[in-house]
Design a binder for this molecule. Sequence first.
Ligand SMILES: Nc1ncnc2c1ncn2[C@@H]1O[C@H](COP(=O)(O)OP(=O)(O)OP(=O)(O)O)[C@@H](O)[C@H]1O
Length: 525
Amino acid sequence: VAPGEYGVPKPWYFPVQLSYWCENSDYNPYFETVGQKTNVNSPDVYEAEPRNLPAGIQIKHLRKKYGSKEAVKDLTLNMYEGHITVLLGHNGAGKTTTMSMLTGMITPTSGTALVGGFDVRTDIHKVRESLGLCPQHNVLFEDLTVREHLYFFGKMKGLSGHALKAEIKKYISLLELEPKEHTESSKLSGGMQRKLAAGVALCGGSKIVMFDEPTSGLDPAARRALWDLLQTEKHGRTTLLTTHFMDEADLLGDRIAIMAGGELQCCGSSFFLKKKYGAGYRLIIVKGPDCNVDSVTSLLNEFIPKISVDQNIGSELSYLLSENQSSVFEAMLSKLEENKKKLGLLSYGVSLTTMEEVFMKVGKDTEISAPAEHQQTNGIDNVVHSSTFEVDDSSILPSGNKLTMPHYPLLKGSELLINQLIAMFMKKALYVWRTWYITLIQILMPSLFLILTIVIVKTWQTIPDLPPLKMDLKAYGKIFTPIEVKNEHLRNVSLIYKDLTGGIVLNETTKMSDYILRQASYCLF
Ligand SMILES: Nc1ncnc2c1ncn2[C@@H]1O[C@H](COP(=O)(O)OP(=O)(O)OP(=O)(O)O)[C@@H](O)[C@H]1O
């Protein structure tokens, strides 16, 4: 194992980290690694990591390459117990690939991750013992009911007896699936199946739980119920969640990591990211029918020179306020309150930047810093990047964004057959490699029993050998030798043979085969 790979630190990292750690008690040595490697241009986009929480998941320089496409690039990130860490990113950012590597479904090209203290490259069985997974697409047994699912997975995770019964009851109630307790999963609605998949991941006290877009396809009420469930169940567990809903990330994420193009762009609490990337605050005013926008703007200008309307849509009017103007907010809002009626305002409020704005901002920065690489990885020249997102020539969104749609040529005929054979061989080889002890037993056990049998027979020989059996035709009674004469010259020879052996000479019209069949039928009937 080379230094720098699989979590083995490069020797020259140690003195730097340790000396810095001693000087600065707030410093977490791991944070240095995160900042250094992933985004050298802006190390301040990583919020300091909590020092008192154990890291349930430690991702170290993880990479995954699919052919020439690098889906995950040198990802280094910690996720902490008691936290929900949300992984955000556009389609194709590498979230699912990261999750698949953490659960051992695919092998990293380089780097590694410690999940629950175990290395995904070497101890995947141990990793899976403490893991609960809710994949992007539900993995449920069609014929098992809700209750049977929880029973099966609870049992698999080591529960039994009363503890198992209590666990099933708890999750059926938490998931609000009581009326469907005995319904087969194939007969549940999409949202209910999603809830069940989440319950399966959580049940059995999994210490590490991963959810890949858990609320996709849920109605607003079910989403909120699942949020509540995740919030109550996060204690004592390390939870990783991917989502495309910004409100979900904002609400659930204790730490939010944003990925773009396979790389980690920033990581921190929602507040940290909003402060870092947000446009500051937004003053939102709801206008009455006789509101004069110019009068409102001139009032605000008294406190913030050059302030201008950001949006004026329908009855909503908004202004952007920079964070360094926060000292005048109090006076400005008091004046606004005093003149509310005169200006024709119904209500107003100040809000911090939304997570969506942060997400778009991070994406824009990524596009600016790495357009050339995007073009190279996709193998397309002259692509105009209209947004942060991955590019490809296959599809264009209405907004002008392009999505990554890898093109896989379909194999046919002998090529397909060979490909399938190779796949089956590789699957078998992988299975043998992973369950080497079973293969060893399969080889050793027959040999062992054979040796044991030989030893027993040789050592305790109680049955004597039977006397040799003398074999001759007497055992078959009287012998007839039919002689078929095909030639008149041989008739005399046949008669002599008949005298010598007592055989039967067949007449000229009788064939040997007919004679034998006739004799056989006599014997039978
Ligand atoms: N089996 C594969 N072979 C080749 N390329 C792949 C494969 N799986 C994923 N990719 C590519 O790797 C990149 C990351 O994909 P991934 O599924 O991890 O994205 P994601 O962030 O989970 O996206 P989404 O939000 O749409 O689920 C994409 O560009 C995708 O095309």
